[in-house]
Design a protein around this ligand. Sequence first.
Ligand code: S3P
Length: 423
Amino acid sequence: MIARGDVVVPGDKSITHRALMVAALSDGRCVLTSPLAAGDTRTTAAALRALGITVGPLSDRRVSVTGAGMKPFRPPARALSCGNSGTTARLLLGLLAGHGFEVRLTGDRSLSRRPMARVTEPLRSMGAEIAAAAGERLPIVIRGGALRPLAWRSPVASAQVKTCLFFAGLAGGVRVSVTEPVASRDHTERLLRLLGVRVEVEGTTVTVHPAESIPAFDGEIPGDISSAAYMIAAGVLAETGEATIRNVGLNPTRAGFLRALERMGAKVEVVDRWTSLGEPAGTLVVRPARLQPVVVEPEEIPSMVDEVPLLACLASRAEKGWTSVFRGVGELRVKESDRLALVASNLSALGVAAHTEGDTLMVEGSDKPPRGRIVTAGDHRLAMAFSVLRTVPGAEVELDDSRCVQVSYPNFFRDYARVVHPA
Ligand code: S3P
């Protein structure tokens, strides 16, 4: 395949969820341009509407949200569906903890299997009443109210946990500190600080102070580096040429993929840089590269947590017989699917030597064309990561489900065809 042409990456999923919810807390009409218009962010927009917030149509051009102050919600008429979106469920639980009425949250099969104790435990210690299904999973009924301040040491590095608790503090009018083992993505901190909320950072402890009000704001959502990563990987796996990837969010707490890729021998050039909604962004030029194996350490994982399946696919194309090692990837078991098990089994199905040992994933480089059928378990990131292997000459990679890309990147297949072309 030849890398050629360019593509504009869709809006960042994490930032779109946060901007929609923070806009709901603001004191007026906010207009967000270039948001992500996909399954997960539509779920958040619909949940906010069900809670009484005026949210205009969500398109990839814009969305408007009319904020109603720091406790903006009204009791919904029925249970709120969080679909496939862990971010919607966990962040909304935080906001709802500050409201004195009962709400039931549900999710699809995948989301109903994901752990919620990481947020329900600290929210209960703030004073929220929460009843969860067996194993502390969805469906969950929450009744918030008067909350106490919180200093929480989270056993996992998770921006969803951190943001949930900051949102509870904002809606409840109390101070919240969260300490993580490694700092996770800091989009919430950047947005709140931009809007005048007092945010303090000391090592891996972040404190968000209560705010009387948040001003209405407009802004452009930068592109999603997690979506850009597939386009970058396709360019790297091509045989010749170069492709341009526009509008890529370059927040260092998200850019671990680029750092790992560079260690693997790929050169990604940043040809333009700017800042948008407090986030660095840029345009990237990517060229094919001969890949070397990589060793990734646990403290790097939070900055690339959603890109590990893709990096594992790239590692399968590194120099033959050499093993790449990803340490500390246990969190992958509790994403939209058990990504750790499925990355290893799907790579094996393609003829690649891959296995797990505890929380470590090992992948051996191969020069044989990948051929086989991929079990996605409806997980968008697995579908996209394995699709990219089609760039390899002679590849025959079939997916059991390609519609699941709708969750985060509805135009994935169109964009892929724009950056790599048959030789
Ligand atoms: C997200 C954080 C990550 C990531 C998810 C989105 C966020 O989850 O996997 O896709 O928007 O905060 P954790 O924070 O649970 O690791």
